[in-house]
Ligand binder design. Structure first.
Ligand code: UDP
Ligand code: MG
Length: 325
């Protein structure tokens, strides 16, 4: 089979109610693209009928639908990762299986990639999720914008398109805890966003419970910054300085006003306590600094990617055979 131009990557976890409609709509949209395509559905260890449904769908749409079945439930992002590893398209579009991201929006994203963007995100025009599902997303979006400086309004929306070079870069990252949209953005040079519709969740509830959500937010935070660790040192430093200043103040006041003013030493104990707690926190933060460096090394992310080498004898040889094909 020739290499398709566009790959769709869709993680599936207990989505039997949506699968048939999802694939039908995706195929219809992709046919309209006038480009070759493949649809990769990654089953993340579903326990309902999704697996057998995927088996029959991959036969029904032979050569167009590829089903990758994972042996157990690993989570949404590992599942997308598995899909990316199997995608061969020049453009890779990820979306959710629950039909909250309408496949009809895909051409918009592909068009933007064709305009020269590396990553195209999407903003949900009217997000149809409960308040408790939206709140953590809103907080995290704000934090991400602050810490990464990349202006993306909606990191949570998985309807996204990536160019091949970004996908290859993401695939070279070996860390276990990942949040793909942020990882991809760290390798992209030109990003943009488009507005998309967001549908009510068909079928049952979100597959994320509170703990899974908390875990996801921590993955997200720790994958992009070690700032929380540094915060410890900062807090410790400030506390120690405050304690020390209070101690000096107490000493002076004690000398001026006598022992009764200082509550017979009780306040001095507090000052000492502050200093020691501060020093401890500072020490903890310092250990954290080492830890974050070890963490970075363990993740073993590629340091950079060369996009092109121009001129000189060191230019990589082009595979003439495949280039002339
Ligand atoms: N999903 C998955 N593994 C999981 C949880 C979810 O592959 O452990 C898939 C799910 O099938 C869906 C997507 O990830 O395609 C997003 O899940 P969901 O719609 O439940 O999340 P939300 O809309 O609340 O962000
Ligand atoms: Mg959803």
């Amino acid at each position: 089979m020739s290499v398709p131009a566009v790959s769709l990557v869709i993680p599936v976890y207990n989505e039997q109610a949506n699968l048939t409609e999802l694939v039908e709509r995706c195929v219809r949209v992709c046919e309209g693209l006038k480009q070759t395509y493949e649809i990769i559905l990654v089953d993340d260890g579903s326990s309902d009928g999704s697996r057998s449904l995927l088996r029959s769908l991959s036969q029904q749409y032979q050569g167009k639908v590829l089903a990758v079945l994972l042996n157990r439930n690993y989570g949404q992002h590992p599942a997308v990762f598995a899909g990316l590893a199997h995608a061969r398209g020049e453009v890779v579009v990820t979306l959710d299986a629950d039909l909250q991201n309408p496949p009809e929006e895909i051409p918009k994203l592909v068009e933007k990639i064709d305009e020269g963007y590396d990553v195209v995100g999407s903003v949900r025009i009217k997000r149809k999720d409960s308040f408790f599902r939206r709140l953590p997303s809103r907080i995290i979006n704000a934090v991400v914008r602050k810490t990464t400086g990349v202006m993306m309004n909606d990191y949570g929306c998985m309807l996204r398109a990536y160019r091949r070079n970004v996908v290859d870069a993401v695939l070279q990252c070996t860390e276990r805890s990942t949040f793909i949209p942020i990882l991809a953005n760290s390798f992209a040079s030109k990003t943009t966003e488009v507005m998309v519709e967001h549908a009510e969740r068909s079928g049952d509830d979100s597959k994320y419970n509170v703990w899974k959500l908390i875990n996801l937010q921590f993955d997200l935070l720790t994958s992009m910054t070690s700032f929380p660790l540094r915060l410890l040192s900062l807090l410790g430093g400030v506390l120690a300085i405050c304690g020390f200043a209070a101690g000096v103040l107490l000493l002076v006041m004690r000398l001026v006003y006598g022992a009764s003013w200082a509550a017979n030493g009780v306040l001095t104990v507090f000052a000492g306590l502050f200093v020691f707690t501060g020093v401890q926190l500072f020490g903890l933060g310092l250990v954290g600094e080492y830890l974050s460096r070890v963490y970075n090394d363990v993740r073993d992310r590629p340091r950079y990617f060369v996009s092109e080498i121009l001129g000189g004898a060191t230019a990589p040889e082009i595979d003439v055979k495949s280039a002339s094909d």
